[in-house]
Design a protein around this ligand. Sequence first.
Ligand SMILES: [Zn+2]
Ligand SMILES: [Zn+2]
Length: 141
Amino acid sequence: MSDEVLRGSCLCGAIAYEVRAPFLEFAHCHCSRCRKATGSSHATNLYVSPDRLSWLSGQDAVVRFDLPSARSFATTFCRNCGGPLPHHTRSGRVIVVPAGSLDNVPGLKPRAHIFWRSRAPWTSDAAGLPGFDEYADDWGA
Ligand SMILES: [Zn+2]
Ligand SMILES: [Zn+2]
């Protein structure tokens, strides 16, 4: 799997990218900011090193929002359709890839629910995955 390449795109298709293995983490995040950013019960994100992301088209339509009140929370989306896209954390050390924007099926599966304590009361069950109050215990990012 170390040579795995995944493609992704936004809702309208104007922006496309690819990410290359190795993938660092794959998790569901239930923090309140991810809920606001996605409009859903949680975000599902894949994490890769910055040199693993390449834009294939439409990069000039990528809009970034850094939440002023947060230490590092940001979101990136298509100017045309609002579809979420990969973005680097403010430290620049890691790229957060919204898994729903992927057009291929990754060779790995999410391994945890993070910020599980912050989940919405109407969240469905954890489907057998471990839940962590914040980041997973051995979280590398
Ligand atoms: Zn778009
Ligand atoms: Zn989150």
